[in-house]
Design a protein around this ligand. Structure first.
Ligand SMILES: Cc1ncc(COP(=O)(O)O)c(C=O)c1O
Length: 291
């Protein structure tokens, strides 16, 4: 039985009830975050909460985001996930329950804050080694996807289309640019330079993307933030995605065409190693602090 958090209380999932008038349900009027935990240790929780704070400010929803740090840790503990190698906390905030109007409720209502924790699994090492496939799908999202809203219909449609076409992932294309995945950021390696789309209103500023950029720079792997044209994909040496549960995820085929020699490339591999090493360092730091 899992314990969830709803509006200040920790309670069994079966007892968590959200109003049918909730503006998240009726209008998609909310934002969310997904934060990874490794062996019970949060990874970049502060950055996830910062992104949530920015989203809430933009939406003009008032909430003490600082208090959510404890909610994350307690959900992991209460759900017996302190020793889980890989777990996550999903947290969603909506504008709350009010009679349905397009404008904000004239009398302010408390936001709805809901969160749960669960374990997730990395792909088996041999599966990761084979790499993953993607197909290009038009990016039908709105022009503020830098805000992590719960309005994920275009992402869900794109992802389902990718699965229906026999691929593992969707690669969203807007105006001839390979923007990002349905739930991951996108990277290419061209002549040894790791390239990813700059942080504009057309991508989600991924926390994993940010960490991988830092790791690459620290390791003197050349990086550039610039758009990747779809026609460049055929000349890429390597392609990969980054995201919270995908971590560094090699992409070895797009639209049925092999990337490079069709195998996971050295830059992807190196960045994946560096990412794992960063996780271990964060865990070691947490252990030292608690001893
Ligand atoms: C559209 C999109 N891009 C990128 C990401 C990766 O972001 P992060 O690394 O913070 O998980 C996500 C994560 O959900 C996403 O939905």
């Amino acid at each position: 039985m899992s314990t969830v958090y709803l509006n200040g209380s920790y309670l069994p999932r079966e007892d968590a009830h959200i109003s049918p008038d909730d503006r998240g349900f009726l209008l998609g009027d909310g934002v969310y975050e997904v934060t990874p935990f490794y062996d019970g240790v949060p990874f970049c929780l502060d950055r996830h909460l910062d992104r949530l704070r920015r989203g809430l400010e933009w939406m003009r929803i008032e909430l003490d985001v600082g208090a959510l740090d404890e909610v994350h840790r307690r959900l992991i503990a209460e759900n017996g996930l302190s020793d889980a190698p890989t777990a996550l906390v999903y947290l969603q905030v909506t504008r709350g329950a009010a009679p349905r109007t397009h404008y904000f409720p004239p009398e302010p209502v408390p936001p709805t804050v809901y969160a749960y924790a669960k374990a997730w699994n990395r792909p088996a090492p041999e599966r990761w080694e084979r790499g993953f496939t993607a197909v290009t799908v038009p990016d039908r999202r709105w022009s503020r996807v830098d805000i992590k809203t719960i309005c994920l219909l275009p992402n869900a449609m794109a992802f389902q289309e990718a699965l229906d076409r026999g691929a593992d992932d969707a690669l969203l294309v807007r105006d001839g640019v390979a923007i990002e995945g349905a739930h991951m950021n996108f990277w290419g390696v061209f002549d040894g330079v790791a390239v990813t789309h700059p942080c504009t209103n057309h991508i989600l500023p991924g926390i994993t993307r940010g960490v991988v950029l830092e790791l690459a720079r620290e390791a003197s792997i050349p990086c550039r933030e610039r758009p990747i044209q779809v026609e460049e994909l055929r000349s890429a040496d390597e392609l990969f995605f980054t995201g919270t549960t995908g971590e560094v995820r090699p992409c070895v085929e797009v639209d049925g065409v092999k990337v490079g020699d069709g195998r996971v490339g050295p830059v992807t591999r190196r960045l994946a190693e560096l990412f794992r090493a960063r996780i271990e360092a964060v865990k070691a730091e947490a252990a030292a602090l608690s001893s």
